[in-house]
Design a protein around this ligand. Structure first.
Ligand code: 6PG
Length: 250
């Protein structure tokens, strides 16, 4: 059953991060209570830094960190200490500031020279962690995603090969406009999430957010529209600046 998209409209970026943090913390406690562990795929870019900082500041002492497992939705094809690394951003803003065991953090090995080898390795990690049989996909408790100005999410960019992937969990994806390869979870994995959360902040995202949520263009033009959890919640957290071009902006 494809759930209805939930649109949570907040005021300032900090209001957005607080609302998202509350939801993630609730999900973490519920997952641990119900199943003994919590799994989350972190997003990269710059927007989530505010969320990560907030969780590190407010929940360092209250969450069951030893039962929480951290993965990544995508990674640039760079080493973990590179300024562009999504792992580096999350580690500096969050993971290095909370008492999560290092063995609970599964970064994409993007330092490996061949991105396809890195993708295969991360797929193996996911299959082993989630004890998947052939043809099965992981069910993350939470998947965090951002929205690029071209409608991409994770490293699923418009017109790229990864959008067609139906069986792999992780692929290396050549992005012509960036002239670089990314490593990304695929749509079947994103759509297997129990709670998929988009974080969209700032006026620079107002035009694309309007197009994505209210525009008439074909879904294929906007990879983020192809994220439709088959049995999970889809929540868009947007702040006032990002929502300023929505028809119902009033
Ligand atoms: C990445 C992200 C990407 C990001 C969007 C939005 O590796 O950059 O996975 O999908 O979420 O590009 O980025 P900002 O939050 O920096 O606007």
């Amino acid at each position: 059953m494809i759930a209805e998209r939930e649109l949570r409209r907040l005021g300032t970026p900090q209001d957005l991060f607080q609302a998202a943090a509350d939801e993630v913390i609730r999900a973490a406690n519920e997952a641990v209570r119900q199943g003994g562990r919590f799994t989350i795929a972190l997003s990269g870019g710059s927007t989530p830094r505010g969320l990560y900082t907030l969780i590190a500041a407010n929940a360092a002492g209250t969450l069951p960190w030893d039962k929480m497992f951290f993965f990544f939705g995508d990674e640039r094809h760079v080493p973990p200490n590179h300024p562009d690394s999504n792992f580096r951003m999350a580690d500096q803003a969050f993971l290095s500031k909370v008492p999560v065991p290092g063995s609970n953090i599964f970064r994409i090995p993007a330092e490996v020279p061949d991105a396809a080898v890195a993708a295969d390795a991360y797929e193996k990690t996911l299959r082993e962690f989630f004890s998947l049989k052939p043809g099965e996909f992981p069910r993350f408790d939470v998947i965090l995603l951002g929205l690029g100005a071209d409608g991409h999410t994770a490293s699923l960019f418009p017109g790229t090969a990864a959008l067609q992937e139906k069986s792999r969990l992780v692929v290396a994806n050549w992005v012509e406009k960036l002239k670089s390869t990314r490593i990304t979870l695929t749509l079947p994995v994103l759509n297997g999430g129990r709670m998929v959360v988009f974080l969209v902040s700032g006026s620079a995202k107002a035009a694309i957010l309007h197009e994505v949520l209210e525009g008439k263009g074909p879904d294929e033009k906007y990879p983020c529209r192809m994220v439709k959890p088959t049995d999970g919640r889809l929540i868009w957290f947007v702040d006032r600046a990002a929502a300023s071009e929505l028809a119902s902006a009033a």
